[in-house]
Write a protein that binds this ligand. Structure first.
Ligand code: ASP
Length: 340
């Protein structure tokens, strides 16, 4: 029987698919992959192998860091936030609440290219994209090209819970946010800041940034959320992968995924859902992610992914220079890193 054989817990750092790949968790090949190969009844096997009371969390602060720059401040921030989320998960908070909380904190701090750290588009306005998805119910909400709300991910959750829709964009998203009392930026001319690692001199060279969170809660629920100010100097109205349920954010019964990187390439490679569908079909986690990232590379972009599975396995691979990231689970100590 292979159901519970993979108990060895540890941290592996290997390079596959020409990308930086890290798995924190039970095994390189999740137990259910073995089961799937043996009997072909993956969904039933997954239900049997699911271990209750495990939690897992992974956060990212974007795949846009520049080699040689100092990201100590964001690493400290990610560590503190991951600890806070860990406490929440340990005390029974839902994955959905935890990812919303994490992304809100990442938005309001101004350290990343999301929320307060967002840069203006080519028309001089900050336009914000965010999405959130609950794996168990498969409910999802998103906002795109939203102007001047403090927490776009909270508005996205509002779309999920208060409308029959998945996404609202532009002025409609703004009207919805206002009508439902979500906090607006008090003075947009004064609110936005340069994130850590970006100076006003090189703003054109720093292509992009995003924040995201994925979590498995102790009742087996999975959720994902992502938020961004998008790419620097983007055209007015440009929408990347981040608010798209599928490419940017995905959660189902097996896996929760948040992507970061060049959105146009992630969209064309299928992004998070393309990973989830591969994983569901029995492809091992690292291959499922690696194949999508290889596609992004082949199309001319770069990207990173954070993913957690229902077995509390965590993966945080990227093929960009680096990815600001943190992870912790029942099985793995807190890890925080920016580069390899
Ligand atoms: N994916 C985001 C976008 O294209 C940017 C990023 O993740 O860095 O808008």
């Amino acid at each position: 029987m292979l159901l519970f054989e993979a108990k060895a817990v540890g941290i592996r750092l290997t390079s596959i698919h020409s990308l930086h790949y890290v798995v924190y968790g039970p095994s390189e090949r999740p137990a259910e992959s073995h089961v799937a190969e043996e009997n072909g009844h993956r969904q039933r096997a997954l239900a049997m192998t699911s271990t209750k009371k495990q939690f897992a969390l992974a956060l990212h602060g974007g795949a846009g860091p520049v080699a040689g720059r100092d990201y100590a401040v964001t690493e400290q921030h990610l560590a503190k936030l991951a600890r806070e989320c860990e406490s929440g998960l340990k005390s029974g908070r839902s994955a959905l609440d935890v990812v919303e909380h994490a992304v809100t904190e990442l938005e309001v701090c101004g350290l990343y290219v999301a929320g307060r750290g967002s840069a203006p588009n080519s028309a001089g306005h900050v336009e914000l994209d965010a999405s959130i998805m609950d794996g168990r119910s498969r409910e999802a909400g998103a906002v795109a090209a939203l102007r001047d709300f403090v927490s776009p991910v909270q508005v996205a959750r509002g779309v999920m819970e208060k409308t029959p829709h998945v996404m609202l964009a532009g002025h409609g998203a703004l009207e919805f946010g206002r009508a439902n009392g979500f906090a607006e930026v008090p003075d947009p001319t004064d609110y936005y800041t340069l994130p850590v690692g970006v100076t006003s001199d090189d703003i054109q060279d720093i292509a992009h940034g995003t924040v995201g969170a994925v979590a498995l809660d102790t009742s087996g629920g999975l959720a994902a959320a992502t938020s961004t100010g998008g790419t620097f100097g983007k055209l007015h109205g440009r929408i990347g992968d981040t608010p798209l349920i599928g490419p940017g954010t995905w959660a189902d019964d097996n896996i929760a995924i948040s992507c970061t990187g060049t959105g146009e390439h992630i969209i064309r490679a299928g992004g998070a859902a393309a990973i989830a569908f591969r994983y569901r079909s029995g492809i091992a986690l690292h291959d499922a992610i690696g194949e999508m990232l290889d596609e992004v590379k082949r199309l001319g972009g770069d990207a990173g992914v954070v993913a957690v599975t229902r077995n509390a396995e965590i993966a945080m691979p990227y093929n960009s220079d680096g990815m600001k990231r943190a992870a912790v689970s029942t099985a793995a100590q807190l890890v925080v890193a920016t580069f390899a």
